[in-house]
Design a binder for this molecule. Structure first.
Ligand code: ADP
Ligand code: MG
Length: 465
């Protein structure tokens, strides 16, 4: 039998901060009634640990030198959990099953939490757990999903990763206008019931990561934390506090437009690294035009991070989306041609739909015959993506229009464009892939159709400049 040896002979020394937030005396005495005997000092100690938001494994590691979470869990579930179940089931009609994470919520609901908690004068090592009175949500600048269509498979895949596989970071990637934001919103709406907290933040303004983390902690900890004290903490400590929140509650954090982080790039990657690597039961959902490097390094089978590379809507989905925006006159072939022309890109199709209705009297054929398809709004969107690239990446994109199966040798011998070293050339290809601008199929590379049209347009403009 494994023996766990206490390192401290006085169990009262551990987790005494729980008394600031919980009516411990009443809880001990009610549990004693449920048990039929007083709680042992060890049982009280474990109970306080759970009320402070620690997991059994963490309590074990903190209290015992020989941390053995399994033997602790067994003794807890045989004893303490059963008394709590008996106590809570006695207060209502149906049997209440408990586990470590549910205990603070259930005991708070049962009225064992103090109404006015002692104000925090210094930031504790752990944020004291105050269970939410009800689920809390902050949708930030959430967008409207009333006209959302399709993406059934993508939503299933994302739900599997977040709810079943319990991944810590999930990223939705793709070029602008593909529907990342609207998909993340739809998904969040569908799975919100599974989380205690939901918070949506757009990173469009490239915020300071410390400020962002403080903002998250203040929302997630749900107690009056002192802003000045939080501001005086360094980023490492702030991220540790945030991770505490992510351990204590099941939170869904959504960061939209993660590609906007430029100035605060290193801090952001540190935040991603820790959310991806450290243990907790929350999830960070990202939307981004490019794959952040920490996400790349943590992604993989049986790893806690996954990415969904979004492509255009399929024919059925795109048609459903268009049909919801108005009336169209067209044959089956014309519908297919219209959707293929934009590779199912939702933003481009919406622009096309508006033109078809207003300029071409609902006739798809007239639009197809008279429009080149690169509307100014679409060019602007693609230009934004182009502006983020290095010169070398742009040159490689131009080159791929001419030669979709590039090797460095043919790029150098057949091209007048300077490509630098072979390593730089391969690196540029890799970056373009991470930015969802090219896709590799065995030896060939392809660009989304609207992007290759745009690149061709720029190439022609350059030649005739
Ligand atoms: N599945 C969809 N159903 C309906 N509209 C969509 C869908 N996907 C994208 N759109 C529309 O296309 C436009 C671009 O979507 P958005 O989510 O902002 O793209 P991204 O975040 O990838 O830049 C929005 O107007 C959005 O409503
Ligand atoms: Mg977006």
């Amino acid at each position: 039998m494994t023996r766990v040896l206490p390192t401290n002979n006085n169990p009262d020394n551990f987790f005494s901060e729980a008394e600031n937030f919980w009516n411990l005396n009443k809880l001990y005495s009610d549990l004693a009634c449920a048990k039929g005997n007083s709680l042992t000092p060890r049982e009280k100690q474990f109970l306080r640990g759970l009320l402070c938001g620690y997991t059994p494994a963490e309590i074990c590691a903190k209290v015992y030198a020989n941390a053995n979470a399994n033997s602790l869990r067994v003794s807890l579930s045989r004893g303490l959990y059963r008394y709590i179940e008996k106590l809570l089931s006695g207060n209502c009609e149906k049997f209440v099953k408990v586990n470590a994470t549910r205990i603070p919520h259930l005991l708070a609901e049962a009225g064992y939490k103090l109404q006015s908690s002692v104000p925090i004068t210094s930031i504790p090592q752990k944020i004291a757990f105050i269970p939410p009175a009800k689920k809390r949500q902050d949708w930030g600048e959430m967008i409207d999903t009333d006209r959302f269509s399709g993406r059934t498979q993508e939503i299933q895949q994302l739900q599997q990763w977040i709810l079943t596989d319990k991944l810590r970071i999930v990223a939705i990637l793709g070029i602008g206008g593909l529907g990342k934001t609207v998909l993340a919103t739809k998904l969040a709406q569908e799975i919100q019931g599974e989380f205690d907290y939901l918070i949506w933040r757009s990173l469009r303004s490239d915020p300071s990561i410390s400020e962002l983390v403080i903002n998250l902690i203040q929302f997630l900890s749900q107690q009056p934390l002192n802003s000045e004290e939080l501001s005086s903490l360094n980023l490492e400590t702030l991220i540790s506090q945030l991770l505490e929140c992510l351990r204590q509650n099941k939170c869904l954090i959504i960061f939209d437009k993660a590609e906007s982080i430029r100035i605060n790039y290193d801090d952001f990657h540190e935040l991603l690294r820790r959310i991806g690597e450290e243990r907790h039961h929350s999830c960070l959902l990202l939307t981004s035009r490019e794959n952040p490097k920490e996400v790349i390094s943590l992604t993989g089978k049986k790893r806690p991070v996954q990415t969904l590379q979004l492509s255009g809507l399929n024919q059925t989905e795109a048609r459903e989306m268009l049909a919801a925006s108005g009336d169209f006159i067209g044959t089956e072939n014309e519908w297919t041609e219209l959707i293929d022309r934009y590779s199912g890109h939702p933003f481009a199709l919406k622009l096309a739909a508006s033109k078809i209705q207003h300029k071409y009297h609902h006739k798809i054929a007239d639009f197809l015959n008279q429009e080149s398809g690169l509307f100014p709004e679409l060019c602007e969107l693609l230009k934004q993506q182009f502006d983020l690239m290095s010169n070398l990446e742009r040159k490689v994109l131009y080159w791929l229009i001419v030669k979709p199966d590039p090797t460095f040798r043919c790029a150098i011998t057949e091209s007048v464009l300077p490509f630098g070293t072979e390593q730089q050339f391969s690196y540029a290809l890799e970056l373009l892939r991470e930015r969802s601008l090219i896709t590799k199929h065995t030896t060939e590379f392809s660009q989304p159709l609207i992007l290759s049209k745009y690149v061709t347009k720029r190439l022609v403009e350059q030649i005739f400049r």
